[in-house]
Design a protein around this ligand. Structure first.
Ligand code: ADP
Length: 267
């Protein structure tokens, strides 16, 4: 899975990365789904340990074009985990109050506490993506944000947060199919937002903004992963794998009881 990692010294171009890739699972979606089931269980146990140990904080950033599957990842990768220790923070168009503050204000408030996993459904990266594409602030303002974001994330990591950032990579054709499905399927129609078509028309500008954001802010401590996401099951598998590996690397242990419990008898 390390091949999806963007190293800090690397400059990626999204057109060189196949969004339809399915790794070693060629034609074997069932194997992929079986593996995802195993990873779900492993994640459940690791999350329990994270919560019990109350030491580390975990922040997962999900970004991607409309329909790329941010909601699907939240539903499928975290299936079965204890909701007490996992929280989703979704970042929409900022409110008047949020706009009155600096752009990281609303973000910092949602960062994880000890023992918690927080999933950002969109994030501070919107402030160098939609904000850049729509010129919501002048260029000289958003250009400074890459360094500010890196510094903000570095500070969180130094204070004990693990940060994993995922770009869900789909292509224009796949987005067309998914938008069409939203129109055709009455159970999905509520998700169709005509505004998404306006954003779709600016696909190339978004790609450029994403490439810049990823290349400028993928660091050793807060790396970006580019996840092939045309195939939903593969996307989930890649993210679950990376997350389980990262949690395993923490070498967590259940806390020791405060006092010696040997010999205690419950009547
Ligand atoms: P989603 O697409 O995430 O399911 P919405 O359809 O409500 O949810 O879209 C949220 C919108 O908010 C997106 O168009 C996104 O670009 C926008 N947004 C998020 N953060 C910002 C920001 N900082 N400035 C402007 N727009 C933002």
């Amino acid at each position: 899975m390390e091949r999806y990692l963007v190293r800090s010294d690397e400059k990626i171009s999204l057109k060189d990365i196949d969004p339809g890739e399915i790794g070693k699972y060629k034609g074997e979606k069932d194997d992929g789904l079986e593996r995802l089931g195993e990873l779900n269980q492993e994640l459940e146990q690791l999350q329990e340990l994270l919560y019990a140990q109350h030491k580390h904080r975990v922040l997962i950033v999900l970004q991607g074009m409309d329909t790329s599957g941010k909601d699907g990842v939240i539903r499928h990768v975290f299936e079965g985990v204890n909701p007490q220790g996992v929280r989703v923070a979704s970042f929409k168009v900022p409110t008047a109050e949020e706009l009155d503050h600096d752009y990281l204000w609303r973000i910092h408030k949602q960062t994880p506490r000890k023992g918690e996993i927080v999933i950002f459904n969109r994030s501070h990266y919107e402030d160098v993506l939609v904000v850049r594409v729509h010129e919501l602030v002048p260029e000289k303002v958003w250009k400074k944000r890459y360094d500010q974001i890196k510094e903000f994330e570095r500070q969180l990591v130094e204070e004990g947060t693990i940060i994993l950032k995922f770009f869900l990579h789909i292509d224009l054709e796949e987005q067309k199919e998914r938008l069409q499905a939203r129109l055709d399927d009455p159970t999905k129609r509520w998700k169709f937002n005509p505004g998404d078509l306006k954003e779709r028309a600016r696909w190339d500008e978004y790609i450029e903004a994403y490439e810049d954001a990823i290349n400028k802010t993928s660091t050793d401590e807060a790396p970006w992963y580019i996840v092939p996401s045309n195939k939903k099951w593969y996307r989930n598998l890649v993210i679950a794998n990376i997350l389980v590996d990262a949690l395993n690397r923490l070498d967590m242990e259940y806390p020791q009881p405060a006092e010696d419990l040997t010999g205690i008898v419950i009547d």
